[in-house]
Design a binder for this molecule. Structure first.
Ligand code: IMP
Ligand code: MG
Length: 182
């Protein structure tokens, strides 16, 4: 690991790979029960790429045939606190006008990122916008936003794995883990 980055002393498993896989399948079923088969997924990079990859394959088995696009937004820098200012680093390519959109993100925390993304997609005249997140930290919300589909609600601890990073490390972990810096 890059020497300028504080190395965690331990990463404790919070949600196992098996639990994640099970929940992704049931989330796909929930999504299929309340959205049409013809949705477009807007996946917010970088954190959501693992969840999105699993979710679209689970959606296939639930009878959904999504189109998929990616948007890179940034609100964090390299620290562990949300800065509040959201920027588009890379926009989607597809036109969302009159489409049923499912925004997919890794985690809903302050809500800054998802509020920005939802407003943007609505301004572009999508017919319907829903949000799916793998994780939610309920006590840190700074904006009035809720996800329509939530994998797990977790405590206010910094987590990594399953796409989530610390300084762009640990995205490859197949489980969700809590980082211990002590
Ligand atoms: P927001 O605070 O709801 O805007 O969340 C912004 C982004 O911060 C998320 O999409 C994640 O990429 C990142 N984030 C929030 N909490 C954590 C965490 O515990 N670990 C890693 N990244 C996080
Ligand atoms: Mg993110």
């Amino acid at each position: 690991m890059n020497k300028s980055i504080k190395k965690p002393s331990n990463i404790e498993i919070l949600i196992s790979a098996e639990e994640l896989a099970k929940r992704v399948n049931s989330l796909a079923q929930e999504i299929a029960n309340s959205m049409s088969p013809d949705i477009m997924i807007v996946s917010l990079l970088r954190g959501s790429f693992v969840f999105t990859a699993d979710l679209i394959r689970a959606l296939h088995f639930s009878g959904i045939q999504p189109q998929v696009d990616f948007m890179t937004l940034s609100s964090y820098g390299s620290g562990t606190e949300s800065s509040g200012k959201v920027q588009i680093i890379r926009d989607i390519v597809e036109d969302v006008k009159s489409r049923e959109i499912l925004i997919v993100d890794d985690i809903l925390e302050s809500g800054n990122t998802l509020t920005f993304a939802r407003n943007l997609i609505k301004e572009r005249e999508a017919s319907n916008v829903k949000i799916a997140v793998m994780l939610e930290k309920p006590n840190k919300r700074k904006t009035n936003i809720n996800a329509d589909f939530v994998g797990f609600t977790i405590a206010d601890k910094f987590v990594v794995g399953y796409g989530l990073d610390y300084a762009n490390y640990y995205r490859e972990l197949p489980f969700i883990g809590v980082v211990d810096f002590n």
